[in-house]
Design a protein around this ligand. Structure first.
Ligand code: ADP
Ligand code: MG
Length: 300
């Protein structure tokens, strides 16, 4: 496209909340055949909330909650904030919410898995199955049952282990954005296929994919894995767009022919992307492609 055409299109985009950083993305967007979507914060609202909790034998609700609060308080992850809020509520309801929970030491973040630390003489892990497996914590059949029931409802389970035993779990729900299904359907009618990539587990990702009509699921992927998935699709000869909001999406946003960041997302994602969807509305994925189609057909 000519510099003038790019300028005009950028102006129209900006007025609609679609920031296009340069002509390259604008020229490629109309060729997109596959769009890879991150799950949390992209397809979903990104405000997870705990909807249920379970306590396993030999542990008390007080200890479960205090340990979860102590360790998750140091995490920036939205799931951590949901767990802390819920655990504090449970403690308040029991009428014995302590002013302060004990401090955590040796706090560690395990990317795409959870967090760990020591609280007093207790070693605590808070995270998914993968985290428990990595630390050789056995998941009891009761825990397994709770996990699979909730994952099939598109929820994410947060397991808490204390000194190597699963003490309890929280089930976290993060609803899909109201426009998600409509947008995926419309993209399909445009001949564009959709893919979901997520660090979350396979069952939860599949439940979300089914809910919005996405055909391909790649779960339990780390940031590099997300980028590899984009490259794999490109190697099949497709022009690929990636839509994401997190730090963990930035390698994939860079790898994609067209990287689109959710405006409400992290600065790192916004910097890595070619296009920013300021309103954080998935409809604007279509707006961006439309703008590219119109620009490119006008100059040809
Ligand atoms: P996504 O790709 O969906 O944005 P992440 O890579 O951030 O997901 O996290 C993947 C998974 O790791 C989460 O679904 C959750 O199971 C687990 N996880 C990550 N951080 C935490 C945490 N602070 N507390 C509990 N679980 C966590
Ligand atoms: Mg995300």
């Amino acid at each position: 496209a000519t510099p003038t055409a790019v300028m005009v299109a950028s102006g129209i985009g900006a007025s609609q909340g679609v920031l296009i950083k340069g002509g390259d993305a604008l020229e490629k967007a109309h060729k997109v055949k596959t769009i890879v979507f991150d799950k949390t914060g992209t397809l979903t609202v990104g405000k997870p909330a705990v909807v249920s909790a379970v306590l396993f034998p030999d542990f008390s609700m007080e200890v479960l909650c205090d340990m979860a609060i102590s360790v998750e308080a140091s995490s920036e992850h939205p799931i951590a904030k949901a767990v802390v809020a819920h655990a504090k509520n449970l403690r308040k309801k029991s009428g014995s919410c302590p002013e302060e929970v004990p401090d955590v030491v040796d706090f560690e973040v395990h990317m795409g898995a959870g967090v760990s630390g020591k609280v007093g003489d207790r070693t605590v892990l808070v995270g998914n199955r993968r985290l428990m497996n990595a630390f050789n914590v056995t998941i009891s059949s009761a825990a397994e049952k709770y996990i699979s029931e909730n994952e099939n409802l598109a929820r994410t389970c947060v397991l808490v282990s204390i000194n190597g035993k699963i003490a309890g779990a929280f089930s976290v729900s993060d609803p899909v954005k109201p426009e998600a299904k409509r947008v995926i359907q419309f993209l399909h009618s445009m001949g564009i296929t959709s893919v979901i990539v997520t660090g979350d587990n396979h069952a939860t990702a599949t439940a979300i994919a089914n809910e919005v009509g996405i055909d391909q699921v790649f779960a339990e992927t780390d940031p590099v894995g997300k980028a590899d998935k984009v490259k794999e699709l490109q190697m099949k000869g497709m022009t690929v767009a990636m839509v994401g909001d997190g730090i963990n999406d930035s390698p994939a946003l860079v790898a994609a022919d067209v990287g689109m960041a959710i405006g409400a997302g992290t600065d790192v994602a916004i910097e890595a992307a070619d296009i920013v969807l300021v309103k954080s509305n998935l409809e604007d994925v279509i707006t961006a492609i439309d703008l590219s189609r119109k620009t490119m057909s006008r100059i040809r």
